[in-house]
Design a protein around this ligand. Sequence first.
Ligand code: AMP
Length: 225
Amino acid sequence: MHVIFMGPQGVGKGTQATQVAGTLGLVHLSTGDLFRAAIKSGSELGSTLKTYLDAGDLVPDELTLRIVDARLDEIAASAPGGLVPGALFDGFPRTPAQAEGLDAMLETRGESVAVVVELTAPRDVLIERLAGRRVCPSCGATYHVTYNPPADGIHCDNCGTAVEQRKDDTPDAIERRLSLYDEQTAPLLEYYRGQGKLESVDGDRDVEAVSDDIVRVITGTTAST
Ligand code: AMP
């Protein structure tokens, strides 16, 4: 069973994906996390990716698809029987070409997307969440300056590293990423609605209420298919 999380940046996809993947035993596959890990590794691929991420631009489709395909192979290689366990895609696909590419790469494996969960929240809520977001550059934990600050306000509660603002969480980059979502990613909702796979969940509520709803929607949908 493969699940896609869709929604604009700041809607809580990452937080919810971690929680829901754990509850349902899915592998969390976040392209943003994959790209940041490649950048951190200092590889040549990482430095190519960095130019796109720093500018808040989308990584080209062909490169994104290649990286996701390789990750699915890695996941399958480490799974019993070589089968890809259910994946929870977070931040991918982001363009129509990526959605078609994903369908094709799952089809060659005899698999398909079961359900697409769209998380929603008003734009002013998204901007406030993104502008206040802080991340730990070491372990990846996320915080918010107002709603979820580190205990001492500066250092990560898990590993003690000073938290920082992502380069793409500045006002200009936020505006750019939200516009890109409207232009390029929102039309994907229609693609999946047309396939009868789209479910919407209100993401402007507390974390548990949202994740309960998501799990209910996913298990309800997959039980009836
Ligand atoms: P995220 O962590 O999902 O907010 O992604 C951070 C950045 O990674 C985005 O602003 C893009 O530059 C890049 N990125 C992540 N996922 C994709 C994708 N599916 N296609 C293209 N670029 C992506």
